[in-house]
Design a binder for this molecule. Structure first.
Ligand code: IMP
Ligand code: MG
Length: 179
């Protein structure tokens, strides 16, 4: 078993590179089919989606644009806790077919907030493309149009995903080893 040490935690390979690439190609083909004739605007969410987006977009054959967005989290004064703000929405998305590219959907709160924010700018459509989804962790209903893989409710790193900022730079995905 291939292990990875990230700071104080040990992880083991759970999704090898070849499997990831196979699923990324499948999802790209679905996007190419569904958005044929359109000029979509892809919005990968930094930091986690950078590697997924790079691989996905190399398989997208449509005429398209790419603009990265980021979420700023801060502790709100309300009891709602963490409030996230979408920053860097540099492109005018009005009338555009938007595809949000996200690394992982866990509770779904981030994505729900993102969709709500983007909808205010009147895009023609919004699609969600996630590398990974944890179905058992979902707290809110999120429309997920494209998903490479569903995974159990475990903590993972690699292929863009981090533990405390580290562990993003691997080709495979690793799951935390309980010890
Ligand atoms: P949500 O709002 O709970 O859906 O959180 C989604 C965000 O949490 C993702 O964009 C990731 O940045 C982060 N996240 C959720 N699960 C994991 C994980 O297993 N490893 C690393 N980051 C994660
Ligand atoms: Mg993320």
């Amino acid at each position: 078993m291939s292990l990875l040490q990230v700071k104080d935690k040990t992880f083991a390979v759970s999704i090898p590179e070849a499997k990831l690439q196979e699923e990324v190609r499948r999802v790209a083909a679905e996007i190419n089919r569904d958005l044929a004739g359109e000029e979509p605007l892809f919005l990968p969410v930094l930091n986690g989606a950078f590697m997924f987006a790079a691989d996905l977009l190399r398989e997208v054959t449509l005429p398209c644009e790419v603009s990265f967005i980021k979420l700023a989290s801060y502790q709100g004064t309300q009891t709602t806790g963490t409030i996230r703000e979408v920053i860097g929405l540099a492109k005018d998305i009005t009338g555009r077919h938007v595809v949000i590219v996200e690394d992982i959907i866990d509770s779904g709160l981030t994505m729900a907030h993102m969709i709500e924010t983007l909808e205010k700018h009147n895009p023609a459509s919004i699609r969600v493309c996630a590398l990974l989804v944890k179905p058992d962790a979902l707290k809110v209903k999120v429309p997920i149009d494209y998903c490479c893989m569903e995974i159990p409710n475990d903590f993972i790193v690699g292929y863009g995903l981090d533990y405390d900022g580290f562990g993003r730079n691997t080709r495979d995905i690793y799951t935390l080893v309980e010890n």
